[in-house]
Design a protein around this ligand. Structure first.
Ligand code: HEC
Length: 155
């Protein structure tokens, strides 16, 4: 069963670039449970792990390039982060997928990460050092915002 769910999730992931309509918040889902009751499933976390490895490498590289005022490299890596595939929001008519177990706030932080990465790329292309510094801080804060909520303490 878990393998089947994972396959479904993978399929939605693969399709998320080609079906932008899937990103729209579904209208028929019940209200999410309170935050403290929501935990990401083991399967979702396993799926996220390789992406997180790339994020960690990219953020480290960005840190160096931002400090060195390497605007071209900063824009390139910020664009890579913005292009990372996201987990698709659940479809309203498929409530039994793994995606449907993920709280809506998670998808909002995912979207925010992409926006902050785009902001950083824009600031770097404009060679605006002040804006680059601010955008980098905002990007790193977005990583932390998701971890605070969804990575259990002590991990
Ligand atoms: C939308 C939520 C979300 C965002 C945004 C996010 N992460 Fe994560 N991250 C997670 C979750 C959930 C885990 C725990 C995965 C697991 O159980 O191994 C995690 C784990 C990690 C890990 C540990 C991986 C491991 O192998 O144990 C690193 C490093 C990491 N994230 C880096 C980043 C960086 C850097 C960013 C920003 C560029 C980022 N993450 C943005 C949700 C997020």
């Amino acid at each position: 069963m878990r393998a089947l769910l994972l396959l479904t999730l993978t399929a939605l992931l693969a399709g998320c670039g080609t079906h932008p309509a899937n990103d729209a918040p579904p209208t028929t889902r019940p209200a999410p449970p309170p935050l403290e009751e929501v935990e990401l499933s083991h399967a979702v976390r396993t799926l996220l792990r390789p992406r997180m490895g790339r994020h960690a490498r990219d953020l480290g590289d960005l840190f160096s390039f931002v400090r060195a005022r390497r605007f071209d490299e900063t824009a390139r890596i910020a664009t890579l982060i913005a292009a990372e595939p996201r987990i698709a929001r659940p479809l309203a008519d498929a409530p039994d997928t793994l995606n449907a177990t993920i709280p809506p706030a998670f998808f909002a932080v995912q979207d925010a990460l992409r926006e902050r990465a785009r902001d950083l790329a824009t600031a770097a292309r404009a060679e605006d050092a002040y804006a680059v510094d601010g955008a980098f801080e905002d990007l790193a804060a977005t990583c932390a915002a998701c971890h605070t909520r969804y990575v259990p303490l002590g991990e």
